[in-house]
Design a protein around this ligand. Structure first.
Ligand code: GLY
Length: 350
């Protein structure tokens, strides 16, 4: 078992990483009112909802399970009214608790609903995808999508706890494992050379799983350090966007359908590092090391696409409105910095 404390004053909480913690979740949950509203999706619930709810019942809590359809389309503003109504019918009060059991979609949507129901009710994240375990469940960003774009309505609302069960990764399809690995590699690139080297030495998914508890806790600690310094994403927290500017433009180019978030971030990290190396901003050889590790984990380093359109997507991104674009670069593996530029930086893509 590993514990990471996120120190945010009265919004502080623990992240507990442990194999099979799901079956003991009730021991880690505190809910004065005694009612727990569990949100999960149609992929995750059949595998894990019973284990969680049995453990909560054993601890004396009354539970209601609410299911959303698996997939990004559920993370939308229309999904939230039926959720509020179900919470009211269950009699959920501000002394009670909401749990998100699932990947990033479930976590973001549930967190947003918890942050607004009765002006805020406590919630706990139990992330089940690698990507959610190392990134989206930590740090309190909660949101829903609008037709115009992803995460356009949201808030910062920290969970009361994050419980990470590494055992649930066993049922994760390979494509989701690969997707999450892009974010794990990102932490090594921007903040932790030792983590990068450890990842480099891992040859397959089975070997990763042997060290999953330590690696996931390491990523959560790195993110906690950043969130403690910059909870509201006005400075250092932007370092977590390494690879995301170009990556997000790629996702948009393919209408968020063909290329998953992690794969797009992998491509984005590679593209920006080749360019920054050429511009003399990054130690020579860093891009080659990055490409090697991305390939080793089944990620791509480039994609065929119309670069003019990708650059136009970047310029129109909600985060980049105006001419200036702040991108994240690495000076070498394990060290990163923010670099103000424009989307023209990407003109000479490999
Ligand atoms: N996913 C990046 C952040 O939480 O800031």
């Amino acid at each position: 078992m590993r514990k990471v404390h996120v120190n945010l004053g009265k919004n502080s909480y623990d992240i507990i990483v442990e194999n099979e913690i799901l079956a003991k979740a009730g021991e880690h949950i505190h809910c004065a009112g005694g009612k727990i509203f569990v949100v999960s999706d149609t992929n995750v619930a059949p595998l894990y909802a019973n284990t969680l709810i049995d453990s909560l019942n054993k601890a004396g809590y009354e539970c209601e399970l609410y299911l959303i359809k698996a997939g990004e389309l559920s993370k939308n503003i229309q999904s939230i009214c039926p959720m509020y109504e179900a919470m009211l019918s269950f009699g959920l009060t501000r002394k009670d608790l909401v749990i998100a059991l699932g990947g990033g979609v479930v976590g973001d949507l549930t967190g947003f609903v918890a942050s607004t129901y009765l002006r805020g009710v406590d919630f706990v994240q139990i992330p089940t995808s690698l990507l959610a375990q190392v990134d989206s469940s930590v740090g309190g960003k909660v949101a829903v999508d609008l037709a115009q774009g992803k995460n356009l309505v949201g808030s910062f609302f920290q969970p009361k706890a994050v419980l990470i069960d590494t055992a649930v990764l066993a049922t994760l399809p390979d494509s989701f494992y690969i997707d999450g690995m892009a974010e794990v590699i990102k932490y090594g690139c921007i903040l932790d050379k030792d983590l990068f080297e450890k990842l480099d030495s891992i040859k397959d998914r089975a070997s990763f799983m042997e060290q999953a508890e330590a690696i996931i806790a390491n990523c959560c600690q790195l993110k906690a350090n950043i969130v403690e310094r910059d909870e509201l994403d006005k400075g250092d927290r932007m370092l977590l966007n390494f690879g995301h500017t170009y990556g997000h433009a790629v996702e948009k180019y393919f209408n968020f359908e063909r290329v998953s978030h992690g794969v797009a971030v992998g491509i984005g990290m590679s593209v920006v590092t080749h360019l920054s190396e050429k511009a003399g901003l990054t130690a020579i050889g860093s891009a080659a090391r990055l490409d090697k590790i991305l390939t080793q984990y089944g990620l791509d380093t480039h994609i065929e696409a119309d670069q003019d359109e990708i650059i136009a997507n970047m310029a129109n991104d909600k985060k980049n409105l105006g001419k200036e674009l702040v991108i994240v670069l690495i000076s070498e593996i394990g060290k990163s910095f923010l670099y103000p530029t424009t989307s023209e930086f990407f003109r000479e893509c490999k």
